[in-house]
Write a protein that binds this ligand. Structure first.
Ligand SMILES: Cc1cc2nc3c(=O)[nH]c(=O)nc-3n(C[C@H](O)[C@H](O)[C@H](O)COP(=O)(O)OP(=O)(O)OC[C@H]3O[C@@H](n4cnc5c(N)ncnc54)[C@H](O)[C@@H]3O)c2cc1C
Length: 480
């Protein structure tokens, strides 16, 4: 980008996608103004402070630090020094479903754990090695192309030839992960159930709908999960420092209301100011873009993409404190519970313990297509829902974790989709990006270069998917 004309870029939304884009574009010498409507940055990966320390609002773990994966690359490019600060999460995930499965970094260790589910140790070890090679190829493909599927067949073939494990396994792009599994593993219902539980956290889908290549990345990702010692607050602050170091400006509590595009002029109106700029990067929900933009081809693109939206997901969260912290052998625990037995219909709870084990963020998905709106309107029902959730997460943790009794687990607060609406501006508190149930369905996502040279989109509704690692990749995809 060195010789190119320097532009003024307004970025709307300081989620991780907006923060990463602001860092990269300001490092490249452009004038960057990052607008954030909330009082803090981070969005779904934000934080809030309490006397006992900061709590993560939603996301708690980071991934993509191996080799030249997006987070490692961002750390090098912006001088974040994460390689010396992040703590590996090992086991990356501990799953509990009447018994524990610890997903550690080593293939042998993972194979050992899976063999407890009744699959043959040597066979699963071989399969994991194969997946690991494919996973390496997929990351390398992503590094060179920035997306799946890639629409330039010649370049895709060239990169594919350099990553022969991909070409040897074309089925990963055409089959679901379940179809891709060797027959012996498919027949083991216990194994499939665990795989499905694991894929829920990484892809929001089960093996029956998830494209095989995403399933492989989803199964292998716990080997590449990390925690910042100060949680998301520490991670977000590093990004803020980098943006400011490169001359970018972050304006908090400044909400973008309207974007006009007339005669080659982009004008951004906020609740506080008006900006004339050369480019706009949206890091907000596509519905919000559609409402604020006056540009017919952009409106058409967003309207078309939004038509194909599937189920709406929100997050229920609870923030717990452990006054007398205990040493646990894991930091990230995924518990499978009986969805029929709780009125909330929740089947999975994700517990993430802070570095000092004093604070716990618990989250789960809830379906917003149901009667959530009517519950939200009714104060008593709403309070009841929060209380039920608090009870569910405390009781489950006490049941699963021998080291903790119910009275050792205190409640700080409960967050509902309303909380996420406050943090992200997303209507109804919808989180989670678009569901991909085939490789081609990835084309539904908002492209990162929506109208090249003028409008860009980053974040988990845009290529190449969701999670912090993906939104960082989406920021890279805006560079020219
Ligand atoms: C409960 C939960 C747990 C998760 N756990 C993990 C995890 O452990 N690891 C992981 O990798 N991923 C996790 N994820 C996913 C990850 O958090 C998201 O994919 C990612 O943070 C989304 O980032 P984004 O860039 O799309 O921006 P968002 O987080 O959506 O942020 C958008 C920002 O735009 C701002 N904004 C909105 N409207 C306006 C406006 N008009 N003007 C100005 N600003 C505006 C919002 O305030 C917000 O700050 C989790 C998500 C949730 C909900």
């Amino acid at each position: 980008m060195g010789d190119q004309k320097k532009s003024h870029i307004v970025i709307i939304g300081a989620g991780v996608g907006g923060l990463a884009a602001a860092g990269l574009w300001s490092k490249a010498g452009h004038k960057v103004t990052l607008l954030e409507s909330h009082y803090a940055v981070g969005g779904c990966a934000g934080y809030f402070r309490r006397p006992e320390g900061a709590y993560d609002v939603g996301a708690t773990t980071l991934s993509g630090m191996i080799g030249n994966r997006p987070l490692a690359k961002l750390s090098k490019d912006l001088g974040l020094n994460l390689e010396n600060e992040l703590v590996p999460c090992d086991p990356g995930i501990t799953l509990w479903d009447q018994e524990f499965i610890h997903l550690r970094k080593g293939i042998d260790e993972i194979a050992q754990e899976f063999s407890q589910l009744g699959v043959d140790l040597d066979e699963i070890k071989e399969e994991l090695k194969r997946w690991s090679e494919i996973e390496k190829g997929l990351w390398s493909f992503l590094e060179h192309t920035g997306s799946f599927p890639y629409l330039d067949p010649l370049k895709a073939l060239k990169v594919g030839l350099e990553n022969i494990d991909l070409l040897k396994n074309p089925a990963i792009f055409t089959k679901t992960f379940y179809e891709f599994l060797p027959q012996k593993f498919k027949e083991n219902q216990k194994f499939v159930k665990f795989i499905n539980g694991l894929l829920l956290v990484s892809t929001q889908q089960t093996s029956h709908t998830c494209p095989a290549f995403m399933g492989i990345m989803g199964i292998m990702y716990p080997r590449d999960t990390w925690l910042h010692p100060q949680g998301m607050m520490g991670f977000c602050q590093k990004l803020v420092e980098a943006i400011e170091k490169f001359g970018g400006e972050i304006r908090l509590r400044e909400k973008c209301l309207k974007v006009d595009y007339k005669k080659d002029q982009i004008v951004v109106h906020t609740n506080k100011d008006v900006y004339q700029c050369d480019k706009v990067i949206f890091n907000i929900h596509p519905e919000l873009v559609k409402e604020m933009v006056d540009h017919c081809s952009l409106n058409t693109i967003y309207a078309k993409k939004l038509k194909q939206k599937g189920e709406l997901w929100g997050a229920m969260t609870a923030y717990l404190k452990i006054p007398n912290p205990v040493k646990l052998s894991y930091q990230y625990l995924q518990c499978h519970i009986d969805a029929q037995k709780n009125r909330l219909g929740i089947g999975t709870l994700f517990y993430s313990f802070s570095n000092d084990s004093k604070r716990v963020t618990v989250s789960s998905h809830i379906n917003l297509n149901g009667d959530f709106d009517s519950i939200r309107e009714n104060k008593d029902k709403y309070l009841c829902l929060k209380q039920e959730y608090a009870q569910l997460v405390r009781e489950t943790l006490a049941m699963v974790c021998d080291e903790l009794n119910l009275e050792d687990i205190w409640l700080e607060s409960v967050g509902t989709p309303k909380t996420f609406r406050r943090y992200t501006g997303r209507a109804r508190g919808e989180v989670g990006g678009l569901i991909h149930n085939s490789t081609l369905s990835l084309l539904r996502l908002i492209p990162n270069k929506v109208v090249k040279d003028k409008f860009y989109h980053v974040g988990d509704f845009s290529f190449p998917g969701q999670g912090i690692v993906s939104v960082i990749q989406s920021a890279y995809n805006t560079l020219e």
